[in-house]
Structures are given as structure tokens and as C-alpha cells.
Design a protein around this ligand. Structure first.
Ligand SMILES: [Zn+2]
Length: 352
């Protein structure tokens, strides 16, 4: 596998250096390090511990399944990752790449950049919700709308339960620059009591224009699973996220704050789990999130230390209770937004 990666990297570099000559692209693209990139994880092996942890997202198990079924997916994800790193390295990273001429107040130690400095402004994502239950009216319009409201506050960092200023990580919460609008709700009365994690619900009720809309299926997944997502690069026929109805919108309880959907959309927008789904040397490909070797559950007291540093347990991409997670970082924002730049995996959603 490593040989395949290396040869693809070499090909990609040849290609970009050629186009660089033709188009005079001013960025230095020769230093993109893909050596830490991975696709398969050992998520299949730690299902038990994750369920015991109290929260279960099946996105990585789902990814392993799709990689096994579709040999071409690995290269697609490699290409998306390469493009993401090329874009992020070209803008938004030190030293002095701001370009806006107003970097005087910065002096920060991480990847801090001005909010939404990539010229794309707030990116709106129209959402189709498919409710699939024996009684499809069991998820009310107000419950659906409460989810849209949570997404809009989480992805603009206007949620109220932030860390007090001065606390570690308090200054790392960022406005990711996304908004969400409900474009349609489709209700399907279906007597099936649970749908599992193998996309059966998507096959029964296919996504609608996934090139321009985020499709969310709300159904009973079963097995204590809260939700699962498909990363960019997967088949359009299964693009979107699936969330259990008990965890969709504001329903109360530890996972009833609407943040399962925030977490799954993070995956849909190319974010990995914050601990990298592996040991300390496995990364989430985000520069300003600390390394960790495990998920965190419940509502941890600060600091929770793994891999010699405090975990960012309050990040949406950990497994903590909804009320105890409340932030994306600049680095995560850059990864998500890179998908929407020209040539990006979700660029077709812009302007719709
Ligand atoms: Zn997840």
C-alpha cells in the first residue's frame, strides 16, 4: 500500500509541476507531505469500547466497509487530501501568508488567521431531511428546525456554552463560516424498526441532488448507534449522513443537544475524529488540535491528558456529551472550507 501511495504522490507532483509551468501558479506545491495520510482505521476492533464509552459514531467503520467494496475510493480520498493540503499550505498558514495587510494584532502561536479570509464568505448548505419511521410524523417540524438552529450556531461559533476566556483552548474556538437552510422534508412511513449502518435506508430512499444538497436521513439505526456519515469522495448514491431520531435536534438528555448531527457533518466535510482513530502517532490531519490516543466520553474535567498534552475534549469531533462539546478550530475550518474552493470535492454546492 505504501508503494501505491508513493507512486501516486510522485504522479501528483509531476502533474502539479507541469500545470505550474503552464498556468504559472505562484504557490510552492513541492513540499506537500502526504506521508502521514491513512484511510483504513482499526475502528472495527474497538466498537466495544466506544459503545461502552456511551457514544457511538459509526463513520469510521462505515468508511472501512466502503473502502473494501470500492477499490477506487482510496485514491479519490488521497486526491482530496492532497488538494486540501495544497490549498491550506497556500493560504491561512504562517509565516505571514495573510495577504490582508492587517496582521499587526496577531502574534499567535498556532494557525490563527482572520475569520473567513479565503474569499468564499459564509458558505450556505441547503439540507434535505428524510424522515423514515413507521410514523413519519413522529419527528416534528419543530424538532427538525431545532436541528437547523443548532447547526447554524455551532458552525458560526455563536453557541453560548463556550469556555470562559483565558482558559486553555478558549481562544481556539472559531467561526467555521457555514450556514444551513432547510430545503425540504420528505416523510416516509416505513414499518422497518431499525436500519443498521450499511446504508440500507439510503438505498430505500435515495438522496436528492447530493451534488448541491446535504441529505440527512433520520431513522432508528439500532445497536446504540447515534449516527454515521460518508466522507467526501464516496459514491453520490450514498452521500450524506444518517442520524437516530432520538439524537436529531434538541430532544433533551446527554445526546439530545443536536450535536450528533454537528459531529457527523464534520465528517461529511472531511474532518476525522480528533484523536485520529489510532495511537499518538495517528493524526487527524489538523495542525491546531492536540494529539490523543483515544476518544473521551461524558463531560471531562479539564485537563484530560493523553499523549503528553491536554485533550481538546470540547471539540465537536470528540465523543463527549452534547453540552460539553462546543468548538471547531481554525485548522478544522480550513479543512472543511477547502472542499468548496474551485476543484474541491464539494465545490458544486457553492452558489446554489
Ligand atoms: Zn464520528
Amino acid at each position: 500500500m505504501k508503494k501505491v501511495f508513493l507512486s501516486m504522490a510522485a504522479l501528483a507532483m509531476m502533474f502539479t509541476s507541469c500545470s505550474e509551468e503552464q498556468n504559472a501558479v505562484p504557490q510552492d506545491q513541492s513540499n506537500i507531505d502526504m506521508s502521514d495520510f491513512y484511510v483504513y482505521t482499526d475502528a472495527d476492533m474497538d466498537e466495544g469500547s466506544r459503545t461502552a464509552n456511551g457514544k457511538s459514531c459509526y463513520t469510521m467503520v462505515n468508511l472501512n466497509r466502503m473502502l473494501n467494496q470500492n477499490p477506487g475510493l482510496e485514491k479519490k480520498m488521497y486526491d482530496i487530501e492532497y488538494n486540501t493540503r495544497r490549498l491550506i499550505n497556500g493560504k491561512g498558514k504562517p509565516p505571514g501568508t495573510g495577504g490582508g495587510g492587517n496582521g499587526g494584532g496577531g502574534g499567535s502561536d498556532d494557525v490563527d488567521v482572520l475569520p473567513i479570509d479565503d474569499g468564499m464568505g459564509v458558505i450556505n448548505i441547503p439540507v434535505y431531511v428524510h424522515v423514515v419511521y413507521p410514523d413519519a410524523n413522529s419527528i416534528s417540524n419543530s424538532q427538525i428546525q431545532s436541528q437547523i438552529t443548532v447547526l447554524n450556531s455551532d458552525f458560526s461559533s455563536t453557541n453560548v456554552n463556550q469556555l470562559p476566556s483565558g482558559t486553555t483552548f478558549a481562544n481556539d474556538a472559531t467561526d467555521a463560516g457555514f450556514s444551513f437552510t432547510l430545503a425540504g422534508t420528505f416523510r416516509h412511513n416505513d414499518s422497518r424498526s431499525s436500519w443498521g449502518t450499511n446504508d440500507a435506508v439510503k438505498q430505500a430512499y435515495p438522496p436528492i441532488t447530493p451534488e448541491t444538497h446535504l441529505n440527512i436521513w433520520v431513522c432508528n439505526i439500532g445497536g446504540g448507534i447515534l449516527g454515521y456519515a460518508q466522507f467526501p469522495g464516496g459514491s453520490a448514491a450514498t452521500d450524506g449522513i444518517v442520524v437516530g431520531g432520538d439524537y436529531f435536534g434538541v430532544t433533551g438528555g446527554n445526546y439530545g443537544g443536536g450535536r450528533t448531527t454537528t459531529h457527523e457533518i464534520g465528517h461529511y466535510l472531511n474532518l476525522r475524529h480528533i484523536w485520529g482513530d489510532g495511537r499518538c502517532n495517528r493524526d487527524d490531519f489538523v495542525e491546531d488540535t492536540p494529539k490523543s490516543d483515544r476518544s473521551n466520553g461524558g463531560c471531562p474535567t479539564f485537563p484530560t491528558t493523553h499523549c503528553k498534552s491536554a485533550d481538546m475534549t470540547m471539540n465537536y469531533m470528540d465523543y463527549t456529551y452534547d453540552a460539553c462539546m462546543y468548538m471547531f478550530t481554525d485548522g478544522q475550518r480550513n479543512r472543511m472550507r477547502a472542499l468548496f474552493a474551485p476543484g474541491g470535492a464539494r465545490a458544486s454546492m457553492v452558489g446554489n
